[in-house]
Design a protein around this ligand. Structure first.
Ligand SMILES: C[S@@+](CC[C@H](N)C(=O)[O-])C[C@H]1O[C@@H](n2cnc3c(N)ncnc32)[C@H](O)[C@@H]1O
Length: 262
C-alpha cells in the first residue's frame, strides 16, 4: 500500500486538540519545549538583535513557535496545511497572519521575504520528496540576510534514538520510525545553497520508559552543553542556517535576472 504524504498526517478532526494535550502532559516534550524556547530566544539575540524581524513559521501547527515569537517581531506569519491544527493556532495567536496553504504546491507567499523562517518538527517526519520541495520553497522566501531555524527531534547522534531505531529495524521494519543525522541536516540545506552556521544541542538524557524529572534533565543539559564534544549526542539539535556565500541560486527569480542581465 502506498504511504500517504506527511501533508495529510495532521488534517483529521481533533488532531489539533490531541497535539496540544500531548504537549501539556508529556514530561519529555515539556522539558524539550522549555529548552527550545530558551534556544530560540538566544538565536534571536545573537543573530537578529536590533533588526526588524519578519517571521515565517512554516508548518506552524497549533502555533507553538509563532506564539513564543509574535510579540518580539515586526510581522508574524504562520502557514500550515492542516485546518485542525490551525483552528488552535487561531485561538492562541494574537498578531500572527495565519494561512492555510501548501507552499510546495501553490505560491501563496510569492514576492514576500522573511528574515527569520522557523520550521519545527517538520523535516524529520516529512518524506524525502516533501522535504526537498519544502526546503526549496523556503529558500525562495528567505531574505538574503535571513536565517532559517529548524530542529530534528530524533537525531541519530542520540544513543537513545540509536537504541530505539535498532529495535525498530529488528522488530517492525515495515513500520515508521524516522531518524535524521546531523549529516543529513547539513545536506538538506546545502542542496539549496544554505549552510548551517550553528547547532544548538537540546535533550540528552532520554532513556526509553524511564521517567526523568524536568529538573534533572535541565541539569544534565546544562552540563552537556558546556562540554562541546558531547553536543553531537543530543536528541533534538536545533540548526541555524543562512545563505552560503558565493552560492548562485537556481531560483526562477535568479534565472530571470541572469537572462535579463545578459
Ligand atoms: C508535528 S507538527 C509541528 C507543528 C509546529 N511546527 C510545532 O513545532 O509545534 C507538523 C506540522 O506540519 C504540517 N505540514 C505537513 N505538511 C505541510 C506542508 N506541505 N506545508 C505546511 N505544513 C505542513 C502539519 O499539518 C503539521 O501541523
Amino acid at each position: 500500500m502506498a504511504k500517504i504524504s506527511y501533508r495529510e498526517s495532521h488534517k483529521y478532526q481533533g488532531k489539533g486538540d490531541e497535539y496540544e494535550a500531548y504537549y501539556r502532559s508529556d514530561a519529555w516534550e515539556k522539558f524539550l519545549w522549555s529548552r527550545e524556547q530558551e534556544i530560540i530566544l538566544r538565536i534571536l539575540d545573537k543573530y537578529l538583535a536590533g533588526k526588524e524581524i519578519h517571521l515565517l513559521d512554516f508548518a506552524c501547527g497549533t502555533g507553538r513557535i509563532a506564539g513564543l515569537l509574535e510579540s518580539r517581531v515586526k510581522t508574524s506569519t504562520g502557514i500550515d496545511v492542516s485546518g485542525s491544527m490551525l483552528a488552535i493556532a487561531r485561538k492562541k495567536l494574537k498578531r500572527t497572519e495565519i494561512i492555510e496553504a501548501d507552499i510546495t504546491k501553490e505560491n501563496v507567499l510569492a514576492r514576500r521575504k522573511f528574515n527569520l523562517i522557523t520550521a519545527f518538527r517538520f523535516f524529520l517526519n516529512a518524506e524525502p520528496e516533501l522535504r526537498s520541495l519544502a526546503i526549496k520553497a523556503l529558500v525562495e522566501l528567505l531574505d538574503e540576510e535571513g536565517y532559517l531555524v529548524f530542529n530534528n527531534h530524533h537525531s541519530l547522534g542520540s544513543p537513545w534514538i540509536k537504541l530505539l531505531y535498532a529495535r525498530h529495524l529488528r522488530k517492525n521494519p515495515e513500520g515508521t520510525f524516522n531518524v535524521m543525522s546531523i549529516e543529513q541536516m547539513k545536506n538538506l540545506v546545502k542542496d539549496v545553497g544554505l549552510e548551517i552556521v550553528e547547532i544548538y544541542p537540546a535533550g540528552f538524557f532520554h532513556p526509553p520508559k524511564v521517567p526523568v524529572s524536568c529538573r534533572l534533565n535541565r541539569a544534565i543539559d546544562n552540563l552537556a552543553c558546556r562540554l562541546m564534544f558531547l553536543s553531537r549526542f543530543s536528541e533534538n539539535p536545533i540548526a541555524v542556517c543562512r545563505r552560503r556565500k558565493g552560492h548562485v541560486s537556481d531560483s526562477p527569480e535568479s534565472r530571470k535576472y541572469t537572462l535579463e542581465g545578459q
